[in-house]
Design a protein around this ligand. Structure first.
Ligand SMILES: C[S@@+](CC[C@H](N)C(=O)[O-])C[C@H]1O[C@@H](n2cnc3c(N)ncnc32)[C@H](O)[C@@H]1O
Length: 334
């Protein structure tokens, strides 16, 4: 039973404005991403794709609506609707599958490398919470600066063909005093921390374990989905200016920024759950939903002996299937 996680999701789902906003966001993102990433884009009928995406998202929300008073039924529903559950009743249509496949093995990694490139540093690289290992292999093939490429994850779900290409340590960094046997110059930890826990102690243990994997002059790049309350943004000129630029380019992100803190948090929870359980298709993942504001992240990083060198807010990155309020934190060990 995953009652606690189901209740976190359903509380966010019952937030009417966040719920409506996320439905609109998903319809828009899926349609735009299919049109952009379909391998035979010229053959794709934009109106038809928009119609199919609208129907898909409405169906998902209707099915959740039917179980919303029975939290025990939520995860079984996610398993049934998950894109990885390819039974005859699959709700995912052909163009979605084709475009997602192309995106996952190509464009998504390319976009990520482009975002990370300015911060990659030194001669050794490790991705913490590396999942299938796709990013490590992509960086190895497309960015030859590093001599060593490695991954750390609590589970070994690397793609078989990558197993000989990258060093890998299976480590549970949520357990106190877990040590990496090697140290690296650049570490990434992307979309991981909010799955580790929602309490300071849980994040502190994880960050302390990361210290065992980083060289003294190393750099840690963390990607998180951040809550961006107006009062905090207005206190920091750099964040305010970054958001002004992003808002002009990303109208839906601009709408999100106008929400008060709890509504933003509810929207991020819905986006993250629905992305991971359904379109990515991994409902097994833990969903403690440890989302924080930039100031809250900064505070916990500093408490755990990291210096925050830079924060780069990305917002709802165009072309991504799953867009959220993304930001990169560039940290160095104290
Ligand atoms: C949402 S996925 C992100 C995967 C990948 N970084 C990406 O951005 O596509 C979270 C990853 O963190 C890993 N993870 C979760 N808890 C962990 C822990 N305690 N120690 C190490 N890895 C963990 C999961 O196994 C999973 O691969």
């Amino acid at each position: 039973m995953r009652l606690e996680e189901a209740n976190i999701f359903l509380k966010a789902f019952n937030n009417g404005e966040a719920n409506n906003f996320v439905q609109r966001l998903l319809k828009n993102n899926y349609a735009e991403a299919i049109i952009e990433h379909h391998p035979d884009a010229a053959s794709v009928d934009e109106n038809l794709i928009r119609k199919k995406c609208n129907q898909l998202v409405e169906l998902i929300f209707q099915r959740i609506e039917q179980v919303k008073d029975i939290p025990d039924n939520l995860f079984p529903l996610f398993y049934r609707l998950s894109r990885n559950n390819q039974d005859d009743n699959s709700i995912w249509f052909k163009e979605f599958e084709e475009a997602y496949h192309n995106y996952k093995h190509n464009r998504k990694l390319n976009n990520r490398l482009k975002q990370l490139k300015p911060f990659l540093h030194g001669v050794s690289y490790c991705d913490i919470g590396c999942g299938g290992g796709d990013l490590i292999v992509f960086i190895k093939r497309n960015f030859s600066q590093f001599k060593g490429y490695a991954g750390i994850d609590v589970l070994d779900w690397r793609t078989d063909s990558y197993k000989d290409e990258i060093n890998f340590q299976m480590l549970d960094f949520s357990k106190p005093a877990t040590k990496s046997s090697f140290k690296y110059d650049t570490l990434t930890c992307l979309a991981v921390l909010h799955h580790v826990g929602n309490k300071d102690e849980e994040i502190s243990i994880f960050l302390n374990n990361i210290h065992t994997a980083i060289n003294p002059n190393g750099r840690l790049i963390i990607e998180e989905d951040v809550v961006l309350p107006e009062y905090q943004v207005n206190m920091n000129n750099d964040y305010r200016m970054q958001l002004e630029i992003l808002s002009k380019r990303q109208p839906l992100f601009s709408e999100f920024l106008a929400f008060e803190e709890e509504k933003q948090r509810a929207a991020i929870i819905l986006i993250d759950f629905l992305a991971n359980t359904l379109s990515v298709g991994v409902p097994d993942m833990a969903f403690p939903c440890g989302f924080r504001t930039i100031n809250e992240w900064t505070e916990i990083f500093e408490k755990n002996n990291f210096k925050v060198e830079d924060v780069r807010i990305q917002g709802f990155v165009k072309g991504n299937f799953n867009r959220s309020s993304h930001a990169f934190f560039i940290l160095t060990p104290n």
